[in-house]
Design a protein around this ligand. Structure first.
Ligand SMILES: [Zn+2]
Length: 362
């Protein structure tokens, strides 16, 4: 199942029918939604996808230092979604990460999500799976075409759910394939996205990858002090004292696996512990401690998120961790601290696979 799926995905990536980077945003958004569900979903909604796509463009619409302007995401004029997100960020310079949806969201954020959702509905979603003159709906089916009515969409957004079916129905096996292939497909999509942005903006080979897809290290710095207090001045992994200036904010689930900057995924560690862990998954013992922190210090984490205006979405982080650990195969090596890697054998698998599942029900 997975290999023919990958073959078709590569064809979608290779087809040149898109003048903007929406294709990549939709693919990454669908992967993220499937991974963070914790178990492969049968459908996602256009509203959920809009939220993920806003997050993807969020970091990209900062002015790029090399040219000191927002990078173009479309051949010709700026892509509508990039423009909408850039305008919103400009109007809210104090927001490091996208705000949470809800009554506390800043004015205009709901409007932004609706506008982005409409662009996705009208443009990339009906066109993404067209390759070489035909269309093969191997990822999803939707109940509308490129001639979708704006009026019907507007009625749905006003609460008339019969006016427009906002579900993106995933084909049997598609969500499983996206989750299984995420570690391979994500960097591939990002690479294609970067090449297109480089071409659109006439940029030479640059540090564009880190700018477009890296975490905002500057922002992470604001979490050093509160995390240091939360961890009583100790490294999360080795529990040694964190002398001043030697610490790093570490992603418990590595950024390369899933780009989650949610507070539950962030820990303070020694520089060297962070470097040694690299892109490895942490061993299950660390996992237990990590889970305990999220549960037992939940109120304190909420405070930190509030003070630093940092995103905290525990159910998303837990969903992602559950997905990734449930997919760990026999023989994989988990990071056990220092330079030690521990090979998972069949006897460990129930523990490893069980890890994260309980988190979802808490
Ligand atoms: Zn350490």
């Amino acid at each position: 199942m997975t290999l023919p799926f990958l073959e078709k995905l590569l064809q979608v990536l290779a087809q040149g029918g898109f003048s903007s980077t929406y294709k990549y945003a939709v693919l990454l958004g669908l992967i993220d939604l499937c991974v963070e569900a914790g178990h492969p979903p049968t459908s996602v909604t256009t509203a959920q996808l809009a939220r993920r796509v806003v997050e993807l463009y969020w970091r990209q619409v900062r002015p790029y230092p090399v040219v000191q302007r927002v990078l173009g995401q479309n051949r010709g004029g700026q892509a509508t979604i990039a423009k909408l997100v850039a305008d919103f960020r400009q109007a809210h310079p104090d927001l490091v990460s996208p705000p949470r949806v809800g009554p506390l969201a800043p004015a205009g954020f709901d409007r932004l999500l609706v506008d982005v959702e409409w662009v996705l509905v009208e443009y990339p979603l009906p066109r993404l799976q067209r390759v070489g003159g035909g269309e093969e709906r191997f990822i999803y089916t939707i109940g509308w075409g490129a001639d979708v009515s704006r009026a019907a969409f507007a009625r749905y957004k006003r609460g008339d759910s019969a006016a427009f079916d906002n579900r993106i129905l995933l084909q049997p096996g598609a969500a499983e394939s996206l989750v299984a292939l995420a570690a391979v497909v994500r960097p591939l999509v990002q690479q294609n996205w970067m090449v297109m942005v480089r071409a659109i903006n006439g940029l030479p080979e640059a540090e564009l990858d880190g700018f477009l897809f890296g975490t905002e290290r500057v922002g992470l710095g604001a979490l050093q002090r509160p995390l240091l207090a939360l961890q009583n001045g100790r490294c999360f992994y080795c529990e040694g004292s964190l002398a001043k200036g030697s610490s790093q904010v570490d992603h418990f689930l590595p950024w390369s696996r899933y780009p989650d900057d949610g507070l539950d995924n962030l820990l303070l560690t020694h520089d060297h512990c962070n470097r040694e862990k690299l892109h490895f998954l942490a061993d299950i013992g660390f996992g237990g401690r990590w889970e305990a922190r999220s549960r037992e210090q939940s109120a304190r984490l909420d405070e930190i998120a509030g003070e630093a205006r940092w995103a905290r979405d525990r159910s998303r982080t837990f969903g992602v961790v559950a997905s990734v650990y449930q997919g760990v195969p026999d023989g994989v090596r988990l990071w056990a601290g220092g330079d030690r890697l521990r090979r998972v054998n069949l006897d460990d698998l129930p523990d490893v696979h069980g890890f994260g599942r309980g988190l979802l029900t808490s």
